[in-house]
Design a protein around this ligand. Structure first.
Ligand SMILES: [Mg+2]
Length: 180
């Protein structure tokens, strides 16, 4: 299969770092259950564009992600990363992936472009995603989604969306679909 993968909140444990930085810088009140919009205001967007290394590089992989991705690739699946990150952090992102020993086949940096269109264009068989609006848009475009469970996506429902609470559950779902 061609497995589409979101990066932040799926492969990279980024969200808690973003919350800490934004709350410190802007006095916002994001809690552990929130998904902050790093570009929510022009001031935040400018700050975040100026602090990409602090926002992106200290983060560790999500639990189980390194092992799961290695296994999927050894099993012959193509790993197609589709992220909203901008082109200017492509090299940083590649370096982060390499540091943690994660090999992927393609890295698409959308820079805010439409994820549903990108998912269709990339010809993926499914997408592992955590952001509610992306999951719903991609499912609405006919691409099955494995929703990587987080407090901020509990309410998401769609016939083409299956919830997975961990990388173990993602692996089980991929196995089921392959067999089916
Ligand atoms: Mg994400």
């Amino acid at each position: 299969m061609r497995i589409g993968l979101d990066l932040d909140g799926v492969i990279v444990d980024s969200v808690s770092n973003w919350i800490r930085i934004l709350n410190t810088q802007f006095g916002t009140n994001y809690g552990p259950d929130d998904l902050p919009d790093t570009h929510g205001t022009p001031e935040m967007a400018a700050f975040c564009d100026d602090h990409l290394i602090e926002l992106l590089m200290p983060n560790r992989p999500m639990p189980g992600a390194v092992e799961a991705l290695g296994r999927l690739r050894r099993d012959g699946h193509a790993l197609v990363v589709i992220t909203a990150r901008s082109q200017c952090v492509r090299r940083l992102t590649e370096a982060w992936l390499e540091f943690y020993g994660i090999q992927v086949d393609e890295l698409h940096c959308l820079e805010g472009a439409d994820k549903a269109a990108a998912a269709r264009a990339a010809g993926i068989d499914l997408l592992v995603e955590d952001t509610p609006k992306n999951a719903l848009a991609v499912a609405a475009a006919g691409v099955p989604v494995l929703l990587f469970g987080a407090p901020y996506n509990r309410e998401v429902r769609h016939p083409l969306i299956s919830r997975c609470e961990s990388w173990d559950e993602v692996m089980a779902q991929v196995g089921v679909r392959k067999a089916g």
